[in-house]
Design a protein around this ligand. Structure first.
Ligand code: COA
Ligand code: AMP
Length: 634
């Protein structure tokens, strides 16, 4: 007998029209779609062509019509400012409609881009929803990125308006955002017409006459704007993510498929219903924040929590339990690194005992591999299912999960369980041939991708095809390697490109190498992700100096660390680098990154047959010992 998961999975693959067509009936449409899956322009599949929809309507107005106007839609919980503000669906819709009016008054029209560079405050979600309301395309940039990264995104998205706040708060530090924005605009060729600035009490941003508009003043003068129908296939947002070069990829999300898929996931994956309280402790600058702080829970009619704080230090490692208890959270989503941080400070979960967690039913973790220690610690402490699920900025929602709303499978350590309905996951070898169960290969998804996944990259169909579709024809390349076992459980082992995951944040070592190479004394370099007990991985740089450089090596190391902070941002967490005489390479000149990584992680390694000069490996071991790695071997 099949269980509901198996039945759903089977239908989603064999009858995608029937499966997603039914899910779409649960959403509000101005005009019904002509086709559920449109495959007339392969490999550019589209969902719900001919349909007209509004994302903001589905997130807010729809629920008011259904009688949920007085239910809480969003709770802003900010331990760093000691504030909790609650918005009902009526109140949030009114704020969003007013800000949509502000954007309109600044000349923003359907299809125009609006860049949002904001900390975790309710106004960030309002700005996103306001764009959706008038059919503008938002692009949220994470606050931990430096001005140069922001400038790259401004140049690519060419926003008409930028929305920011005077500052963000990082534990006890106030980070002024406005100077970063001003610097980014100076650097970029594309200039916004206007910037809207939300002034926070702890930091007043200086305003540029004629360009900068004060949020509060503009809201006071605004007339609310109504929802504008857009094509299901029109873009809702662009979210830039690390690629294999310093040029980030602009992942596009459409309107129709996104509403349908995310609303479906809330019950079927997360097992929450309208009226339940759902909390994703992430940041609106990441895909988790888009899908599960703002859109998914609101599409479903849940109460969502927007948390401005950290798992530890705001004020202590009990804050997650305090939020769960205070707001009666049913389901929570965060990254394993957050739980490692809590476990480190409060190993016996003593702080949990102070709180009533009786409403809490499930913990979902993603963003990086969930290590068995953290999995079991969370299971033992919380006594609820702990679900590891695997996804990417590109996919918008989980490729693999234990879909609690369909069927709860027994958990296997190290596995995000099985492919979610819609995802025809396969493992292939370098010749694009499927491998046997248990064999490691490239994790790929047979096309078409389900609704909600990226239809393309912003104004760059070629890069979309080149990055994801070319290497394994007929499949989407996840760039993760792994295997599927005989029971159908997937295991995600490692990236096949230069992406690393630092505290659940996706970063490109290639982009860091580009920065290091720009230092005048650096001849060549390599940056690798090395295992870290808190952040999962941290980047470590190896630099070879140009001949004749006389400057002190310590100085150069300090300078390159500063350069990464200034050009990529503090989020890169690039704090360690060392000077080496040479880098181990193959005879054809390729840097042996895998071998350096194994040395750093204290794993056994074989001397590669293709190595140019094996004596370099001894030098690497010494260099790594010098910076605190590779010690355990001795
Ligand atoms: N704006 C400005 N700076 C930011 C920032 C933001 N939004 N977010 C992070 N930074 C800065 C931090 O202040 C820190 O700077 P520092 O080098 O001056 O100390 C740096 O970027 C690195 O931040 P972070 O990776 O958050 O490390 P941390 O040591 O401050 O905290 C954790 C470690 C584990 C507590 C933290 O990473 C965490 O809460 N992670 C949760 C994971 C998560 O939200 N993942 C998103 C996907 S689900
Ligand atoms: P991002 O686009 O920031 O969401 O990062 C996506 C990448 O994070 C994936 O390609 C994986 O390498 C990694 N990742 C996300 N979730 C998991 C998970 N549950 N297990 C293992 N790796 C994961």
């Amino acid at each position: 007998m099949t269980n509901p998961y198996e039945a759903a999975f089977e239908q989603s693959i064999n009858d995608p029209d029937g499966f997603w067509g039914k899910a779409a009936e649960d959403c509000h449409w101005y005009k019904r779609w002509d086709k559920v899956l449109d495959d007339s322009n392969k490999p550019f599949y589209r969902w719900f062509t001919g349909g007209e929809i509004n994302t903001c309507y589905n997130a807010l107005d729809y629920h008011i019509e259904q009688g949920r106007g007085e239910q809480l839609a969003l709770i802003y919980d900010s331990p760093v400012t000691d504030t909790i503000t609650k918005y009902t669906y009526n109140q949030l819709r009114d704020e969003v409609a007013k800000f949509a009016g502000v954007l309109k008054s600044l000349g923003v029209e359907k299809g125009d881009r609006v860049l949002i560079y904001m900390p975790m405050i309710a106004e960030a979600a309002m700005a996103m929803l306001a764009c959706a309301r008038i059919g503008a395309v938002h692009s949220v940039v994470f606050g931990g990125f430096a001005a140069k990264e922001l400038a790259t995104r401004i140049n690519d998205a060419k926003p008409k308006v930028i929305v920011t706040a005077s500052c963000g708060i990082e534990v006890k530090k106030v980070i002024a955002y406005k100077p970063l924005l001003d610097a980014a605009i100076d650097m970029s060729a594309s200039k916004p017409d206007k910037c809207v600035i939300f002034q926070r009490p702890m930091e007043k941003a200086s305003m540029i006459d004629g360009r900068d508009v004060d949020w509060e003043a503009a809201m006071a003068a605004a007339s609310p704007a109504e929802c504008v129908p857009v094509a299901a296939t029109d873009p809702l947002y662009i979210l830039y993510t690390s690629g294999t070069t310093g040029q980030p990829k602009g992942v596009v999300r459409d309107n129709g498929g996104h509403v349908v898929a995310l609303k479906w996931t809330m019950k079927n994956i997360y097992n929450v219903d309208a009226g339940d309280v759902y909390w994703a402790a992430s940041d609106v600058g990441w895909v988790v924040g888009h899908s599960y702080i703002v859109y998914g829970p609101l599409f479903k009619g849940c109460t969502t929590i927007l948390f401005e704080g950290k798992p530890v230090g705001t004020p202590d490692a009990g804050v997650f339990w305090r939020v769960i208890a205070d707001h009666k959270v049913k389901s929570m989503f965060t990254a394993p690194t957050a739980f490692r941080a809590i476990k480190r400070e409060d190993p016996n979960a003593e702080l949990m005992k102070k709180y009533d967690l009786s409403n809490f039913k499930a913990l979902f973790l993603a963003g990086e591999r969930l290590d068995p220690n953290t999995l079991h610690w969370a299971e033992n402490a919380l006594k609820v299912p702990v679900v590891d699920h695997w996804w990417q900025t590109e996919t918008g929602w989980a490729i693999c999960a234990n879909c609690l709303g369909l069927h709860e499978f027994t958990v296997k350590e190290g596995s995000p369980t099985k492919p979610a309905p819609g995802w025809n996951l396969q493992v292939v070898d370098t010749n694009n041939q499927q491998v046997a169960a248990g064999e490691i290969g490239a994790l790929v998804v047979k096309l078409p991708l389900p609704p909600g996944a990226l239809p393309t990259l912003w104004q760059n169909d070629d890069r979309y095809v080149e990055s994801y579709l070319e290497e394994f024809p007929g499949y989407y390349k996840t760039a993760d390697a792994g295997f599927i076992d005989a029971d159908g459980y997937a295991f995600v082992m490692s990236r096949t490109d230069d992406i690393i995951n630092v505290a659940g944040h996706r970063l490109s070592t290639g982009a860091m190498e580009e920065v290091l190479s720009d230092h005048p004394d650096v001849a060549e370099c390599a940056v690798l992700g090395v295992e870290d007990s808190l952040k999962g991985q941290v980047p470590v740089g190896f630099i070879v100096l140009k001949a004749g450089v006389s400057k002190a090596q310590d100085e150069i190391v300090k300078e390159v660390i500063q350069m990464v902070r200034e050009r990529i941002g503090p989020v890169a967490a690039f704090k360690t680098a060392t000077v080496v005489k040479r880098l181990p390479k193959t005879r054809s000149g390729k840097i042996l990154r895998g071998t350096i990584q194994k040395i750093a992680d204290n794993q056994e390694y074989k001397v590669p047959a293709t190595i140019d000069d094996p004596t370099i490996l001894g030098e690497m071991e010494e260099a790594l010992e010098g910076i605190g790695y590779a010690k355990a071997r001795k």
